[in-house]
Ligand binder design. Structure first.
Ligand code: URA
Length: 223
């Protein structure tokens, strides 16, 4: 559903054309479509909620929807999603057994010619969207969270200073949850040379395998 119901189409400049009047930082909206906690709704086609079983033992958290996700209203359906699906399969996990979502639910972009180029969300947007992410994590009851990239890590740890490099390969206890951090699939796609692409991809697969094992252990232990 479009993010606005005005007769006029929303301005799609990709520039920060909003004013503070568009934003209600303390708003507690009932639905994502109504969310005005930050200004990203203004240039997005729609909000993109998470997808997957309501109660999943593993939740994967990405950064924000990309161009394809913004248009389709589903997370990880573009090129990064294709790589993620391949990595999940290689790790022995089915996409439909994990819950997949993003730290930020609207596409942040900037125009380059006719193309909409991804723009990394800022801390203010991560903080605003924490409202939705926490609801998803709580509802799922998942004990194992995979943070795909630095933005996801900051969001799931609720720590603006969290660094991906410090967390790679070391599951982090965070309250009742275990956070497994790895690279974002787009990083594997964008890496300049095939050897780095392969190395990053292998690390994503390893992280997913580790998440699967930890979720199984936690289930067995009843924790
Ligand atoms: N990148 C993300 O972080 N999330 C998506 O849903 C797609 C691309």
């Amino acid at each position: 559903m479009p993010a606005t119901t005005d007769d006029k189409p929303p301005r799609r400049t990709g520039r920060d054309t909003h004013t503070d009047a568009d934003v209600e930082r303390d708003q507690q909206p009932a639905t994502l479509d109504e969310c005005r906690r930050c200004a990203l709704w203004r240039n997005a086609t729609q909000a993109v909620p998470g997808e997957g079983p309501r109660h999943a033992s593993i939740v994967l958290v990405g950064e924000q929807p990309g161009d394809a996700e913004d248009l389709q209203g589903k997370p990880f359906v573009g090129p990064a999603g294709a790589l993620l699906d391949k990595a999940l399969e290689e790790a022995g996990l089915a996409r439909n057994e994990v819950y997949v979502t993003n730290a930020v639910k609207h596409f942040k972009w900037t125009a380059r010619g006719k193309r909409r180029m991804h723009k990394t969300p800022g801390q203010r947007e991560i903080d605003a969207c924490e409202y939705w992410l926490e609801q998803e994590l709580h509802r799922s009851g998942a004990r194992v969270i995979v943070a795909l990239g630095a933005t996801a890590l900051k969001a799931v740890l609720d720590d603006a200073h969290a660094r991906l490099q410090d967390a790679l390969g070391k599951p982090i206890e965070h309250g009742e949850r275990l956070v497994v951090a790895t690279y974002h699939p787009s990083f594997a796609l964008r890496a300049p040379d095939p050897a780095t692409r392969q190395r990053v991809y292998a690390m994503i697969v390893d992280a997913l395998r580790s998440a699967e094992k930890l979720a199984r252990q936690r289930k067995r232990a009843g924790s």
